[in-house]
Design a protein around this ligand. Structure first.
Ligand code: DX5
Ligand code: ZN
Length: 223
């Protein structure tokens, strides 16, 4: 089983507190900063962009977990400033040439994840298992923080875990994104997920001085 990792969802952070938030994350050993990039086209919302990433790099060395909710992502990689310690997720539905998009990501040396929406069939993963390091399993329809889990995604997480086992691909990481409360995280850990996107349901709750305790509580649920 992969070591469990927290990917803190930066779209949920308060800009005014950014520096102090990052300091807490570094102190608590947060493994990744989750960056939701949205183009207002693939998803209705707009999200974090290239300048935000550039600013964040000046604040911290924590690697980024870049979740691209943009149309035709293969033509956007070069603008983002991807580093080899980062992870980049692209969506199955975001391009008609998913495999080529994964190929275009390879030169950056980052980890390559395929993201699938709640209604994307698990079979969408089958033909790309040899080109990916992980699967970003959306537990909500992407675009907005603070949503409720789509109930069928729990069952689906088990199906994904079964597929990886059947194909002998236990090396592929299962990341879960959207409404990952400590309770949902615990269930998903038992199924085999190892990277947990922690947003308003996990870390970004209450005041800044509560984040540390939120992280400790969350970690207890995924170990
Ligand atoms: C999905 C986003 C959100 C969010 C996670 O596109 O990644 O799921 O940041 O945080 P909460 O806990 O608010 O769903
Ligand atoms: Zn995300």
């Amino acid at each position: 089983m992969h070591k469990s990792e927290i990917s803190a969802s930066m779209m949920c952070s308060d800009l005014i507190d950014l520096k102090e938030t990052i300091r807490i994350f570094e102190e608590e050993g947060i493994e990744f900063l989750h960056i939701d990039m949205m183009d207002g086209n693939f998803v209705p919302n707009f999200g974090l962009g290239v300048d935000y990433v550039r600013g964040l790099r000046k604040l911290t060395q924590i690697p980024l977990d870049i979740h691209l909710m943009v149309k035709d992502p293969e033509y956007k990689f070069q603008w983002i400033g991807i580093q080899s310690s980062d992870t980049v997720s692209i969506h199955y539905e975001s391009t008609f040439q998913v495999q080529r998009a994964l190929d275009y990501l390879e030169p950056f040396g980052c980890k390559r994840f395929l993201a699938i929406n709640p209604a994307t069939p698990v079979s969408a993963l089958e033909e790309v298992l040899e080109y990916i390091d992980g699967i970003n399993l959306l537990m909500v329809n992407p675009g907005f923080a603070g949503q409720k889990i789509v109930p069928s995604t729990m069952r689906k997480a088990q199906k994904v875990a079964n597929l990886l086992k059947r194909e002998g691909k236990d090396n592929i990481i299962i990341e879960v994104d959207g409404n990952i409360t400590p309770e949902n995280a615990r269930k998903l850990r038992a199924i085999g997920a190892s990277r947990f996107v922690a947003g308003t349901s996990a870390i970004f709750k209450g005041e800044l001085n509560e984040y540390k305790q939120n992280i400790i509580t969350f970690r207890n649920n995924i170990e």
